[in-house]
Design a protein. Sequence first.
Length: 475
Amino acid sequence: MENYLKFYINGKWVDPTVPNTFDVINPATEEAFTQISLGSKTDVDKAVAAAKEAFPIYSRWSVEERAALLQRILDLYAERYDDIAKAISLEMGAPITLAKNDQAAVGPIHFKSALNALKNFTFEKMQDGKIIRYEPIGVCGLITPWNWPMNQVAVKVAPALAAGCTIVLKPSEIAPLDAMMLAEIIDEAGAPAGVFNLVNGTGPEVGEAMSAHPDIHMMSFTGSTRGGIAVAKSSADTVKRVSQELGGKSANIILRDTDIPKAVADGVVYCMDNSGQSCNAPTRMLVPNESMDIAISAAREAAESLKVGDPADENTDLGPVVSKVQFDKIQSLIQKGIDEGATLVTGGTGRPDHLSKGYYVKATVFANANNDMTIAREEIFGPVITIIGYDTEEEAISIANDTDYGLAGYVTSGDMNHAREVANKIRAGQVAINYRGGDGNTPFGGYKQSGNGREKGVWGLHDYLEVKAITGFAS
């Protein structure tokens, strides 16, 4: 990779209009390991102009031509797989095992899912004397976060290409390298100039310019609810479609008819995966009040079994969080939990004792909390879980739904029918029973302030398509 200081626009790696370098920090060392350039509105204008010019041609590519492009991307991705995994580990601190087995692995999952959806989609049909057509929406602006960087890039880029759209991508400036490697792959795969463009930069500069641009027809954003609101407001003046996958504060209802110690332990490990930096993490664990002591013991043991340390070590469970900003925010919220009277079961403020540098956070468990506490209301985005007691099942469901968010929910039970009844009552876009999550074809998105639209598979394809009715055929 030799193009860190360049942007990919109109089929070429080009210099920014105005030089503006930015350090990419390895969160394990707190030191810069490379630099990128931050773009400006002028760079966005160039990328959008290229995408606009490419759209009339690419949008008319056949299904077979688009499918062949996606397949070439998949083949080339396989050749760069280890490089992508290493980049993700360096830029956002994922343990190398997680980076290889999960973070890098989701890229081809989403491209395969989009490819299958494309091959099986009916883009035109006659219905009751009318032609119903699905057509690509146009130039799409994609803004992605740092926590699962390739996941969120691929889950947007793949269906947009499948639909016949052209793209301007702004990956997170904190974790941009894997996206830049994907740009190299798309270039080598033979995407026509202007079909895919990448401009690095900040949200207030590049993201704002994209959202407000009159020649971008659709914005897809993954990130904080605050950021999603800003994108929606900037997009409103041009009435463009906005698809958002935003924050979460997901509840995990552990029912009485399950193995409570096991369910608690599994829930802690599941929540703290990726150092807790997952928008759908089950951060609020709801347990029967009479089992609180059992839950505390199981949660403590599970959290203290996790190895926090060097991401390059294949035995590491939790690496650092991504940045000093995130580290400081998490420390503040942990202290808030202590100050508001929740029981600190394990963890707490500061780095783990054996680590003197890096943005490492102790695996932290709070118990005997209530749903009005800050740690139960705000998205912490770190390895922190809050255990809340309940007396009745109805109370547990009420607590689960008492949140501004609605991205995900979890139910653990020994009775699948019982679990399904409870899952039906949770106001969230995806509910996992016994921690069995979805796959690349499972719709993903949220209710309420967790966003709108759905990603993955055919659900994601729909976000990038317009519906046209052609009438006049009926007598």
